[in-house]
Design a protein around this ligand. Sequence first.
Ligand code: NOJ
Length: 537
Amino acid sequence: MDDPPPPPTTTTGWWSGAVGYQVYVRSFADSTGDGVGDLGGVLAHVDHIADLGVDYVWLNPVFPSPGLDHGYDVSDYTTIADEMGGMPAFEALRDALHDNGIRLVMDVVPGHTSSAHPWFVSARRGRDAPHRDFFVWRDPAPDGGPPTNWESVFGGSAWEYDERSGQYWMHRFLPDQPDLDWRNPAVRAAFDDILSLWFERGLDGFRVDVAQGLLADPEWADVPDVPPDMPRAQGNDLRLSGFMGRPETPALYRSWRRIADRHDALLLGEVALSSPEAVAAYLSDDLLHRAFFLPLQHTGWNRDEIAEMLVGAVAAGGGRFAWPQSSHDDPRAATRFGGGATGTRRALAFLHLVATLPGNPVILAGDELGLENGLIPAGLAQDPVSGRGETLVASRDGSRTPMPWDAERPNMGFTTGTPWLPLGANRAAADTVAHQRDDPGSPLQRTRRLLETRRGLTGMLATDDVTWLDLGPDLLGLRRGDVVVVCNFGPSTTVDVGRCRLLVASSDDAVVDDRDGVSIGRDTTVLLRAAEAVTSP
Ligand code: NOJ
């Protein structure tokens, strides 16, 4: 019998314009007292997530794992780790989120497994062992050393020698994260099954870990030295080009897209490449639906840098990019933007700005509180990159510290046990959800108001067309539909953008006056409804 025709692909879906909320589960809330956040903890705070007004939750990995890279070393893709609450906790959380109209997205890690995964345990038994060809093995170079000069993202060679078989296995990250060989159709089939399994269980999508990192250079050529004057981001692309961003990679997502579309599920790629055009190559009606534009989470508070990045990314992404301000891999926005009250104010201004771009804002849990990176006392570091010498990644612990819920409770309500990672020596009562809940000027309330306002901006959300406004060296302005947005990076100023009404601002320093125009304080973003719509209530 002929195969049934593939279902039509979907260009729009529930994810169009949807706002994401990233939950680093280990650090969100612990329901068992073992010091590690779990799905029961997320369930206990669904009201917080629903109040915030986000459309979907993305959970960092919750599959069984030895935890050497905190879940990004998966030893079983088919179930939920006991430590996270197992399948019953998944089902309860899925249902509670759905009851609140919120979708659930999890993290899938296709590039590598844990060395404890049964596939790799088998593969290591010898050259002819079952599943040997699921992984990337190469003979030593003529001098007995690694087959290529490729460096792992986490430092050192990307090759680990296996005494028993006399071959090296490849690992883009830790040696305990052996890379899968995506040129092997059996690997592709195994992941097709994994996706189908979870979507049939009611999962609404996957964030795809290192989506650009599934294939290696088939010529196994050494990568050239990075020229000293090359900008850091492009230098990293070049350094990793032996096994990241290979041009045949996007096509691998065709079968995933067919599976996802059958289930109305989202594929959101972590495509860690610096050029927006290179990221956009993974996005089309038969590849991934969406991809993060990660350079955004490396920016400082610099008008020109941010302007250049956003203009290029909006043009290349065509409404298909997700906009992260922070993540579990990079310093929180408030820290990157200078720290203290200034950093928090700027982070809010940044969120107000990117929330108006076509595509999907994604908020890292804790950023709605304006959190800075938590300060970790020496000796309590948890990130596996700590202590690995020179790596492309700095310690990520600071953005992973536990969520502060309530200063009156032990460990600010995160756990009754000993937190796996300290909350951060710099956490104060004013950082907690309990404190910010009733304060209209708090980051939490401002974030809620922004998302509530945004939901009502149907004229803005209906179009992906953006016009950038030339408003001088300190201001970054855009118009999308009937909404004008201005972010002020400089001192307080007044700007004339025509007759308009203030919708929402990231600080209290924003006033619209019919005669004088809009006055905007430093480090503040305003959303304005433009002239033709001003007469409507
Ligand atoms: C990207 C993830 O975001 C990061 O946390 C992880 O260490 C690497 N991928 C390896 O899976």
